[in-house]
Design a protein around this ligand. Structure first.
Ligand code: AHR
Length: 511
């Protein structure tokens, strides 16, 4: 049996839970928009063509902020194509995903859908093929109250009130050679600086995210952030990070240790940002927006799933990267969320990529059902219950050896304390493939009381760690009650099954 001891202390807090950590991402890619959130003619479609079943699952998932409209897509997108009478909107080739974009769904539709979903909008501007002018015009169209050509055009197109979009991404992955309009760090840094200035001239209240590296493995990682921020530090509020992980060559241990990489990636970006701050004698702090993250089985993809896909047929909303997630993936996603939460003092925004069908917690078949993937559960529970203060967690755990990340704690945890409802929530992963883990939690500054919730996601009876929810078997992997959780005064004890993700919520009073 694995052993772990966790200590939390009421006075040792990391900061308030940034609710934008539970963000998601809707890109015009594959079947995320078309036949994902939007499918006129589907039996569940409302009068706007929005799928009610997907909307209900989005609400249950609890996503707080949704990045739109891309991704690689945005780097070749004209936002004007997606507004105005639908019949007059142009059909365009989307070079990012080798897709025909009908533009039946655009900004107004996304704003309407977001209102129904109860989610904040994080809008990306095209700094690939376009620049300062299109970016500031989009802000004027979206946020200016009226009395100018663009704000009046928005009214004419059906929205009298401004959209009031606060959060804006200054492009997407422009460090990547695959990106339409790929740039050097100097080129991008200057462009981001000027676009930010011009966008703020229109609406000074907006928050801006500069493009960081597309991954920590990029050859320009570090240098990119340093150069971009050397130009744009004063103009931006956040720098972005992207990371995708997968199990490779059956190396489950390294895959389960992946959050170590996330921790290191975040620490490196924080160091780089702060070095620019110090050198430039800046006062303000630039924070981090981890605006694409997830498990993504990128290697061994069918060529249909590759970006650009040059030479193939141009298609509308093809099936792209519709990964099916298993129990192991859900445990990894739980640990990635733990890493984000533990860094909530600097990571203020995070978006799991993407919301539906495309590497997503929700799957939806055209003219068919929608269901929750295994990775839905850790996200949904953390989005619902991680509130109030993030608590530091001191962990002494048995460890395991992983080829990629060395020695790693078997038990991974994050914790929050919501003073308003008097509850502590613990989010725990047992990364051990074989053994259950006995966990003792020492509560300092708290007296623990009634257990409100104890749930676990683990390998279903008679299945293995690759068990997943599918069209045919939509509820094979989910949460079940976690038995035997005891909270007694200053201690809580629980047993986590092998390869599992758990949530435990209990009442506390101050000691
Ligand atoms: O989320 C899928 C793609 O991954 C996005 O379009 C791009 O930004 C990233 O490379």
């Amino acid at each position: 049996m694995t052993k772990a001891r966790i200590t939390i202390d009421r006075d040792f807090t990391i900061g308030e839970v940034p609710r934008r950590l539970f963000g998601s991402f809707v890109e015009h890619m594959g079947r995320c928009v078309y036949t994902g959130i939007y499918e006129p003619g589907h039996p569940e479609a409302d009068e706007n063509g929005f799928r009610r079943d997907v909307l209900a699952l989005t609400k249950e998932l609890g996503a707080t902020v949704i990045r739109y409209p891309g991704g690689n897509f945005v780097s070749g997108y004209n936002w004007e194509d997606g507004v105005g009478p639908v019949a007059a909107r142009p059909r365009r080739l989307d070079g990012a995903w080798h897709t025909v974009e009908t533009n039946a769904f655009g900004l107004h539709e996304f704003v309407d859908w977001s209102k129904l979903a109860g989610t904040e909008i994080m809008e990306a501007v095209n700094l690939g093929t376009r620049g300062v002018d299109a970016a500031r015009e989009l802000v004027e169209y979206a946020n200016h109250p009226g009395g100018t050509y663009l704000s009046d055009l928005r009214k004419k197109n059906g929205s009298a009130d401004p959209f009031d979009i606060k959060l804006w991404c200054l492009g997407n992955e422009l460090d990547g050679p695959w990106q339409i309009g790929h740039k050097t760090a100097h080129e991008y840094g200057r462009l981001a600086q000027e676009a930010a200035k011009a966008m703020r001239f229109v609406d000074p209240s907006i928050e801006l995210v500069a493009v960081g590296s597309s991954g920590s493995g990029m050859p320009t990682f570090g240098e990119w952030e340093h150069t971009v921020l050397s130009h744009a530090y004063d103009e931006v509020d956040y720098v972005s990070m992207h990371a995708y992980y997968q199990e490779e060559d059956g190396d489950a241990k390294s895959f389960l240790a992946t959050a170590v990489d996330t921790d290191r990636f975040i620490d490196s970006v924080v160091s780089t940002v702060d070095a620019v701050k110090a050198k430039g004698r800046h006062k303000k702090v630039v924070n981090l927006s981890f605006d694409e993250w997830n498990v993504w089985y990128q290697r061994g993809l069918d060529t249909d799933d590759q970006p650009h896909n040059v030479g193939k047929t141009w298609r509308e909303h093809p099936r792209l990267i519709e990964d099916t997630y298993n129990v192991t993936d859900a445990v990894v996603v739980g640990t990635l969320l733990n890493s984000l939460l533990r860094h909530g003092d600097r990571v203020k925004i995070a978006n799991q990529a993407q919301l539906v069908n495309v590497i997503a917690p929700i799957r939806a078949e055209e003219n068919g059902p929608a269901w929750r993937q295994s990775i839905f559960w850790p996200f949904a529970r953390m989005a619902a219950l991680a509130r109030g203060q993030i608590l530091r967690t001191a962990v002494t755990s048995d460890r395991f050896e992983s080829d990629k990340f060395g020695d790693v704690d078997v038990v991974d945890v994050s914790a929050t304390w919501d003073e308003d409802n008097g509850r502590v929530a613990l989010f725990l992963a047992n990364r051990g493939l074989e053994e259950a883990a006995d966990v003792e939690v020492s509560l300092r500054g708290f007296v623990g009381g009634r257990v409100i919730r104890a749930e676990v996601l683990d390998v279903p009876d008679g299945a293995d760690r690759f068990a997943a929810n599918t069209l045919e078997n939509q509820d094979q992997v989910g949460l079940r009650p976690l038995p035997g959780v005891a909270v007694n005064g200053g201690t809580a004890s629980l047993t986590l099954p092998a390869l599992s993700w758990s949530v435990v919520e209990f009442e506390v009073i101050k000691a």
